[in-house]
Design a protein around this ligand. Structure first.
Ligand SMILES: Cc1cc2nc3c(=O)[nH]c(=O)nc-3n(C[C@H](O)[C@H](O)[C@H](O)COP(=O)(O)OP(=O)(O)OC[C@H]3O[C@@H](n4cnc5c(N)ncnc54)[C@H](O)[C@@H]3O)c2cc1C
Length: 393
């Protein structure tokens, strides 16, 4: 084991990881551990911490999984997901933010033209420009193929975009976004195309405060006849949904790992609480029922970690890992919810107090079963693969 990260390498959950992965994680943990005051302030004020995007990039977030030839670090899926576990453990808002920006970077790296990479990807990977991704609409949630935002082709080339996207992470803070819109509603999902849209193009954002991840915004993006040139099509016309699917496994894996981070944080807090608080003249840790709660948290967290890591290894080996990533997303997200609920119980009233870390873990865990495919969508996809019949429609 490398000694480069000092005492941080003593974490037993890192025991079977490669030395270079431990170095990357150690650097990220060291940076994230210095954010305690910022977390408190941003959670209280619902503030997006734009000032830390560049340092996050510096320790490997966002550019991690991008190939070196495109300005990234060329990390493996296991390494990138492990970074997301660190983010989830420290502050789920950071996991959500970096996950979306990583998706934007991956899609640009995969399908961008050299000019698009220069204009959008390079500044994203240096933390100079922030990006968002918009597929969801009020009437197109789990059913992403129902996207109705219109991209009307213009006679001289280019497109006029009209529609409203919903729940778009950090759109009010971003400089540009990827918008999925249809060039012809009669074509169904085969008309859906990805477009790059810049703030100066004239879209409007409206923030809707939400319960979890308070240092992340959730926005409507209103596109009212926004005109973009033909050079803003990302990938091929009509291939927007397949392009989005390109990032789906990595996105699910990242959420899974972030959930394990939340679960680990719940375990850390619970161990500290039960060994320091006394009732009936004894430490809480001495009561069998309390031990069971902490043991359940630890066991579920360990199982979830193994599942996301094995899915990451499958992805890294090039084997079709769609079902594995769906299983990881389903299991890890539901585990985070269960574990955070148990951690509140371990803490008693103080765990429900605003500003207490466990209250934040509980709110943030609740997010995980909804974006990147709800738990029900994961079940339906796993069921179709296992049983050969679709129960989706
Ligand atoms: C914190 C957060 C961040 C997000 N960020 C983004 C973003 O950056 N960009 C973006 O495009 N979107 C984003 N989303 C939106 C997210 O992708 C959608 O919320 C998600 O796809 C689910 O859609 P919905 O909320 O409309 O729920 P619905 O699709 O309306 O589902 C409601 C319920 O019905 C269930 N359901 C639906 N269809 C079926 C079915 N066929 N069978 C069984 N059950 C079904 C669902 O599982 C769910 O339980 C974000 C959401 C959240 C919460």
């Amino acid at each position: 084991m490398s000694g480069a990260t000092g005492a941080l390498t003593a974490d037993p959950t890192w025991d079977l990881l490669e030395d270079d992965t431990i170095v990357i994680l150690g650097r990220a943990r060291e940076y994230l551990s210095g954010l305690t005051d910022l977390i408190e302030e941003c959670e209280r004020d619902r503030r997006f911490p734009a000032e830390i995007v560049r340092p996050l990039v510096d320790v490997g977030f966002i550019r991690g999984p991008i190939p070196i030839s495109d300005g990234g670090l060329g990390l493996t899926h296991l390494q990138s997901a492990s970074l997301m576990e660190e983010a989830g453990r420290a502050w789920a808002s950071i996991r959500t933010t970096t996950n979306i920006m990583t998706l934007v970077a991956e899609l640009l790296s995969h399908a961008g033209t050299p000019d698009q990479k220069k204009e959008f990807l390079t500044p994203l990977l240096s933390g100079d420009r922030l990006g968002w991704f918009a597929i969801t609409e009020r009437e197109a949630g789990s059913d992403a193929g129902a996207v109705a935002t219109r991209a009307e082709p213009l006679p001289g080339g280019g497109y006029r975009l009209s529609g409203v996207k919903s729940y778009i992470t950090n759109a009010n803070h971003g400089d540009f976004g990827i918008v999925l819109a249809t060039v012809d509603p009669n074509l169904g999902s085969r008309g859906i195309t990805a477009f790059l849209v810049e703030r100066s193009d004239g879209y409007r954002t409206i923030e809707h405060p939400h319960m979890p991840v308070r240092a992340v915004s959730s926005c409507d993006v209103e596109l009212d006849r926004v005109v973009v040139g033909p050079d803003r099509v990302l990938g091929e016309v009509g291939r927007g949904l397949s392009l989005a699917m390109h990032g789906v496994n990595g996105g699910r894996l990242n959420v899974s790992a972030g959930c394990v981070g939340i679960a680990q944080a719940c375990l850390d807090a619970s161990r500290t609480h039960v060994t320091t608080r006394k009732q009936f003249g004894k430490q809480l840790a001495e009561f069998q029922l309390v031990q069971k709660m902490v043991v359940d948290i630890a066991t579920r967290t360990a199982a979830a970690r193994e599942l996301y890591r094995s899915s990451a290894r499958l992805l890294d080996s090039g084997i079709d890992a769609r079902v594995a990533c769906s299983m990881a997303k389903y299991f890890c997200a539901e585990t985070a919810v269960a574990v955070a609920t148990e951690a509140v119980q371990v803490h008693g009233a103080i765990g429900l107090t605003e500003g207490h870390p466990v209250e934040r873990f509980f709110r943030d865990a609740r997010e995980a079963t909804i974006p990147e495919g709800t738990s029900q969508m994961q079940i339906l996809q796993i069921g179709r693969a296992l049983l050969g019949v679709s129960a989706l429609r």
